[in-house]
Design a protein around this ligand. Structure first.
Ligand SMILES: Cc1cc2nc3c(=O)[nH]c(=O)nc-3n(C[C@H](O)[C@H](O)[C@H](O)COP(=O)(O)OP(=O)(O)OC[C@H]3O[C@@H](n4cnc5c(N)ncnc54)[C@H](O)[C@@H]3O)c2cc1C
Length: 453
């Protein structure tokens, strides 16, 4: 194992670390990646966080820039909207956007991560597996590493270190503990559990393939994303305590009763429910905020290490990929002036990371509850109509986040608030679109919203 450290040391070979390694290697840097898990391309890694993910425009752009999107594309399953599953088994598709290309893609985390690692290695980056960063010491400017195979400890220079070590980042905690950088980790009082809908007997998908399925139930929900092998990965989001809650589902009878009462149509779809529920871990969800994301030219946080968000907007990875693209741009314009690069990255990304953190929390309420409200569906119809009339001013917030990589998250949040107020006021006394004076709606939208771009 190479202990000298390269020109750039990246901690974590997850999605952000691997894409960052690829982009930096393509810029000609010597890149070493230290990943504490075994090589996922050679060994089966135990179930981790989310088997599949939603990939959208902000994540696609950086993959194109890195020259790998043509290889990622065949792995993608387009999802055109949310398929709502009511309690009585009826379903309704709510399209995400109104243009044919306004879709979100389901992608397998392991497949995408492995592809990025292969591409990064082909570009010259070196991956060192089972190497854990156990501490980060700013006083002596050293990272303390442990080889998990031999338990031997060694040190790496704390110089141009990019910490992509996820939500529990050792580097972020050291920045906060040793240098007083501001940091907060807020756990949600809801957790999640992954389950599986197997393929149908004929080898096809057992539900509509091109949709993200949701069983919204007010305080909690179940969702399912399609996989290329015709299975669906199902995720139950539920409070940790109380009833219903993970703590109260302690035996098979309680579990089957809960599913039978709440998601009756899924009992046949998830034959391995009991086995998977009790075998799979219950995952934690939370929001990480910190500032600044760097220290001098020594260390920079990217991805979840800097800004883990709850998964309800499907943007954590997309946002992490955007970080990598911004870093790549800054390297193009500032060469090896790392302190300048790191500080500019913090300045440009922090407001956007805060904005998507807020929008992701708001989206949980939308997905599990508001989506069922007829008022929500009318506001969505009106938003699409205003977008058709004023495409340069009014774009629904969900579309700004998912389909418009050119609009920063912070702008989507700010414009989204103005738009929501307008939509609420225009629909206050209406139950259908036909009851709304569209010329007046257009006039008010022009008055409140400046042109984009
Ligand atoms: C249930 C769920 C569903 C999600 N769905 C979506 C979605 O649909 N769309 C989306 O965009 N995002 C989604 N996300 C968010 C997404 O998973 C993360 O934003 C993304 O994985 C961030 O990538 P990362 O590389 O920053 O961190 P991680 O993926 O956490 O990778 C960190 C890497 O660092 C390694 N590591 C950690 N500590 C150390 C150490 N001390 N030393 C060395 N290596 C270390 C880890 O082994 C790991 O490989 C979801 C998250 C969850 C939990």
């Amino acid at each position: 194992m190479n202990q000298a450290g390269g020109e750039i040391s990246i901690l974590g070979g997850g999605l952000a670390g691997s894409l960052c390694a690829l982009l930096m290697a393509r810029r000609g840097f010597a890149v070493d990646v230290y990943e504490f898990r075994a090589d996922m391309r050679r060994e089966t890694i135990p179930a981790g966080r989310s088997i599949n993910l939603a990939l959208a425009a902000r994540g696609i752009e950086p993959l194109k820039r890195a020259g790998v999107f043509d290889r990622v594309e065949p792995m993608l399953i387009p999802m055109r909207g949310r398929m709502l599953h009511d309690h009585d088994g009826t379903t309704q598709l709510l399209p995400y956007g109104q243009r044919a290309d306004e879709v979100v893609y389901s992608v397998t985390r392991g497949g995408l991560n492995a592809l990025l690692m292969n591409a990064a290695e082909a570009a010259g980056a070196r991956f060192h597996f089972r190497q854990r960063c156990v501490a980060c010491d700013f006083e002596s400017s050293r990272l303390i590493m442990r080889d998990e195979s031999s338990a031997a400890e060694y040190r790496l220079p704390l110089q141009t270190v990019i910490a992509a070590d996820g939500g529990g980042s050792v580097v972020r905690r050291a920045l906060s503990a040793q240098l007083g950088h501001q940091a907060s980790e807020q756990l949600l009082d809801h957790g999640y559990k992954e389950l599986t809908i197997p393929a149908a007997a004929d080898g096809g998908h057992r539900m509509e393939k091109h949709a993200l399925h949701i069983w919204p139930r007010g305080e909690f929900m179940l969702i399912a994303l399609p996989n290329p092998d015709s299975t669906f990965t199902v995720t139950l989001f539920l409070p940790n305590t109380g009833t219903p809650g993970f703590a109260s589902l302690t035996d098979e009878a309680a579990l089957l009763d809960f599913f039978g009462q709440t998601f009756p149509d899924t009992l046949d779809l998830i034959p391995g429910l009991t086995q998977e529920f009790f075998a799979n871990p219950t995952g934690e969800l939370g929001t990480v905020r910190c500032s600044p994301w760097h220290y001098r030219d020594q260390a920079l946080l990217i991805g979840d290490a800097a800004h883990a968000v709850v998964p309800f907007h499907g943007q954590g990875m997309n946002c992490a990929f955007e970080d990598c693209a911004v870093l790549d741009d800054l390297v193009a314009s500032h060469g090896k002036n790392w302190e300048e690069i790191f500080s500019r990255l913090t300045a440009s990304r922090k407001p956007n990371a805060d904005a998507i953190a807020d929008m992701a929390l708001e989206n949980y309420v939308e997905m599990r509850d508001t989506v069922r409200d007829p008022g929500f569906q009318l506001r969505k119809e009106l938003a699409f109509e205003l977008e058709r009339r004023l495409p340069d001013r009014f774009i629904p917030r969900y579309s700004m986040v998912m389909f418009h990589a050119e609009i920063p998250y912070s702008q989507a949040l700010q414009r989204g608030r103005v738009q929501l107020e307008l939509l609420r006021s225009l629909t206050a006394t209406a139950t259908t679109l036909a009851e709304i004076d569209m010329d007046e709606a257009e006039r008010r939208a022009r008055e409140k919203l400046s042109p984009l771009g």
